[in-house]
Design a protein around this ligand. Structure first.
Ligand code: GAF
Length: 382
């Protein structure tokens, strides 16, 4: 957790509202493997990281509520009984969405003020949005004794994203951000919402992120389209979700779906299998197999699920050309953001420098390298 962020929101809160706030830190996440499986009731393997959102929150003494995005220097006032999605469609919808979903559960809120700031670059695929939603619901729960469990809170955050942001996301990001455990990744079953923590110590290897610093437009609609395609195929198969399908099941309805959608469903079935195999590989300390699964995941995301982009593919190709990188793939929803790399510690810096230089030459823009720590989930700081 970045202490400066906490101090910044605390100071801004006191300067603005002349009172001491309650402080919350809510992390972003990485995902080792298991992409686009969460909304298919499948398995994912995320972890909370030491980057995220710091929020200062307190009851308001006036008859309005205020939200202040410190890094954007943007402040809005709103009335709790008139919450609706903002047409500008930006950061305020994460807050409005959470407020509305809490109210939908017949919980009573009073006016409040919130100041927040983050250190996850937007579009990095590390889920700054889930971190923000979770910080708001967690802070409000503390402030008004709403008696929400952490599980209630993640579903409120998810619904906020569906209904106010317009992305029909799964539960991975909100879960990882809320339930993260220091030094652990979580092998989460997205149907039962039960996770098995895995202490991550890759000895002489480590995870490293490289951010393409691009986020291609249409990513939200492409995400929703893929989710619908998966749901349509599940309906055809008469199952609850693609988690329940085998490759043989899919073969049986091959002539009833487009070749593109067939490949997408096949990807989900295979990615789910890979995610379970990755847990076994980690248990067996078999990093070579884990790396191969990670590369195979990217191959599927690129060619079958078609959510990658040339910048991500370029960085994965850089990794493949380097013997010290055991695995590399795009992470998160896709169409930009980061690659996650499993790389030898002794070579991580050299690889990152080489890949950064090549990226600059190819695209005439910079990528960014993050050495992350696996961290605790959403929590109160003061
Ligand atoms: C985004 C979504 F928010 C997650 O729910 C998940 O589907 C992910 O894309 C892809 O695995 O981060």
């Amino acid at each position: 957790m970045n202490k400066t962020l906490i101090n910044d929101v605390k100071k801004a809160y006191i300067d603005t509202f002349k009172e001491a706030p309650l402080l919350v830190f809510s992390p972003g996440r990485i995902n080792i493997i298991g992409e686009h499986t969460d909304y298919n009731d499948g398995f994912v393997f995320p972890a909370a990281v030491n980057k995220g959102i710091a929020a200062a929150i307190q009851k308001s003494n006036s008859n309005v509520s205020t939200a202040y995005a410190l890094d954007k220097n943007s402040k809005i006032e709103f009335q709790l009984d008139r919450i609706q999605p903002s047409k500008e469609g930006s950061w305020q919808n994460y807050i409005f969405g959470v407020v509305a979903e809490i109210q939908n559960r017949n919980k009573t809120l009073e006016n409040f003020n919130i100041v927040f700031k983050g250190d996850i670059p937007g579009g990095a695929g590390m889920s700054s949005s889930a971190a923000l939603e979770n910080s708001v619901v967690f802070g409000l729960n503390e402030l008004f004794d709403l008696e929400l469990s952490k599980e209630d809170m993640i579903f409120i955050s998810q619904k906020a994203e569906h209904n106010y942001v317009g992305v029909n996301c799964g539960i991975m990001d909100q879960y990882a951000s809320m339930f993260g455990i220091k030094d652990n990744a979580l092998h989460l079953d997205c149907r039962s919402i039960q996770a098995k923590p895995y202490k991550i110590d890759f000895k002489d290897h480590q995870l490293m992120l490289i951010n393409t610093n691009v986020k291609h437009s249409l990513s939200d609609s492409a995400y929703n389209d893929r989710r619908s395609a998966c749901e349509n195929i599940s309906e055809l198969l008469d199952i609850k979700a693609l988690r329940d399908a085998s490759e043989a099941d899919l073969e049986r309805i091959k002539d009833q779906v487009t070749p593109e959608n067939f490949q997408k469903a096949l990807f989900v079935i295979q990615e789910n299998k890979r995610t379970k195999e990755a847990a076994k590989a980690i248990e067996n300390h078999d990093l070579e197999t884990l790396g191969e699964l990670i590369y195979a995941s990217h191959h599927g995301l690129q060619h079958q699920y078609k959510v990658s982009c040339e910048e991500l593919d370029f960085l994965v190709d850089q990794a493949k050309a380097n013997n010290h990188v055991l695995g590399s793939r795009m992470m998160g929803g896709g169409f930009g953001g980061c690659t996650i790399n499993l790389v030898a510690k002794s070579e991580a810096k050299a690889f990152s420098e080489k890949a950064s230089l090549a990226y600059k030459q190819e695209f005439n823009k910079d990528c960014s390298v993050y050495f992350i720590e696996l961290s605790q989930g959403t929590h109160r700081v003061e």
